[in-house]
Design a protein around this ligand. Structure first.
Ligand SMILES: Cc1ncc(COP(=O)(O)O)c(C=O)c1O
Length: 414
């Protein structure tokens, strides 16, 4: 038996237990960014189960934060191990713990071993601390950020987020200069960064190489080169935000490796389970205490899971797999685009893909119908669907999801 529930976009049928929780939460808690009336009970591999026992194929990885899917046996072992550790929620800021040291070592070995790292709880906090490091060195000057960027919702990070009006209205801003995010080498604004840097003093440039929330927009190589060259020429720190794209999502450890550049400061979170800022040693404040937080680094379990996640990506050769799986998905999505009038564009890198529709209403309808057919995807930008499956997804699971996609497009077309 199902019940009709109206979410932001349209009506969806859900079952009894889910409906009761969703209704209660809506009364008790702020209605944040819920996409579906999905109440999660458990997960296995690339599937999530709701409290009514329905199974959903997950093409979201909890916005890229569950790269190994759910219930990975090696991660489960870690959780069990820490179940027996009394002091399990100790973050490495006021006291030391071994996991802090191991995660730092592991993370620097796959990014930049000449750098240093600072751990913090979330992605937005990683961005806060990255910009603080840049301000500390350059002074409180404007930062340069891109239109359609998403760098988080804390007030500092939010100043450099330009994704949706609703995220920003009535909140005070840090000084910022906005530039167009160029997706093609031929855009007229591609050299604008040089004019800005030669005319104004600025404290940093912050950039996602593939904008996630903004619509899965892939930066043009020339654009990124220009930003990188300007950063070097004028000694402006280049902060690369890999909170969504990092740790293998696009088929390399870091998306900046696709562009042949090196960030001055790198922000990481989500898949790592803790927020992190990796920075060139010249940004290290000369005094201790400039950066800290009670729960910085999350907890020992989170750090241990982050360490194991890196090990598993290495051991299971997941980066190679991501490239193959990404090509497979992209090819089939392009076939769907060619056979449907609804889709405008398919784009992305590795297992971070976007399907842009001609109309927002159609995009929303597709998302809801996919949910009804037990496939989870996320919205991005104005009229794009974002596809971020667990990196361990199999060919069969991808085919199953794509078949659902095809069926839904046909239903809507008719
Ligand atoms: C690129 C990017 N930066 C920053 C953030 C903020 O991370 P968090 O939600 O952990 O604060 C996100 C979250 O989606 C993101 O995608």
């Amino acid at each position: 038996m199902t019940y009709n529930y109206k979410n932001r976009h349209s009506h969806i049928n859900i079952r009894k237990k889910s409906l009761s929780i969703v209704k209660k939460i809506n009364k008790l808690a702020y209605n944040s960014t819920f996409v579906y009336p999905l109440v999660i009970k458990d997960g296995q591999g690339c599937y999530l189960e709701d409290i009514d026992g329905e199974q959903y194929l997950d093409f979201t990885s909890n916005i890229a934060s569950c790269p190994l899917g759910y219930n990975h046996p090696e991660l489960k072992k870690i959780i069990k191990k820490y179940g027996d550790v009394g002091a399990h929620k100790i973050a490495g800021q006021d006291f030391y713990c071994e996991e802090h040291c191991q995660l730092a070592e592991k993370l620097l070995s796959i990014s930049n071993s000449n750098s240093k790292v600072f751990f913090i709880n979330s992605g937005a906090e990683a961005v806060e601390n990255a910009i603080k490091l840049a301000y500390r060195r350059k002074g409180p000057l404007p930062g340069i950020a891109c239109i359609n960027a998403f760098h988080g919702r804390t007030l500092g990070a939010l100043a450099f987020t330009f994704s949706k009006d609703v995220q920003k209205i009535n909140f005070p801003e840090l000084p910022v200069k906005r530039i167009k995010f160029c997706i093609s080498d031929n855009e007229p604004e591609i050299d604008l960064i040089n004019d800005i840097a030669s005319e104004y003093k600025v404290s940093f440039i912050i950039l996602e190489l593939v904008q996630g929330e903004g619509g899965v927009n892939v930066a043009s190589k020339k654009f990124v080169n220009n930003l990188n060259n300007t950063s070097i020429k004028y000694d402006i720190p280049l902060i690369i935000d890999e909170i969504q794209t990092g740790l293998g999502r696009t088929g390399r450890w870091w998306t900046y490796q696709h562009y042949g550049i090196k960030p001055s400061i790198l922000t990481i979170a989500k898949a790592l389970q803790v927020g992190a800022v990796v920075f060139d040693k010249k940004f290290e404040p000369s005094k201790p205490g400039v950066l800290s937080s009670t729960w910085g680094g999350g907890s020992r379990i989170d750090m241990a899971i982050g360490i194991k996640t890196i090990d598993i990506i290495n051991k299971e050769k997941i980066l190679e797999k991501v490239n193959k799986s990404g090509n497979f998905l992209k090819k089939r999505l392009n076939e769907l685009k060619n056979s449907s009038d609804l889709i405008m564009d398919v784009r992305g890198l590795g297992l971070m893909l976007g399907v842009e529709f001609h109309k927002k209403v159609i995009r929303n309808k597709v998302i809801n119908r996919l949910f009804t057919n037990k496939l989870l995807v996320l919205p991005a930008g104005v009229k794009t669907i974002r596809i971020l499956p667990p990196l361990v997804i199999t060919d069969e699971e991808m085919s199953k999801g794509l078949d659902i996609f095809e069926k839904v497009l046909k239903e809507i077309n008719n």
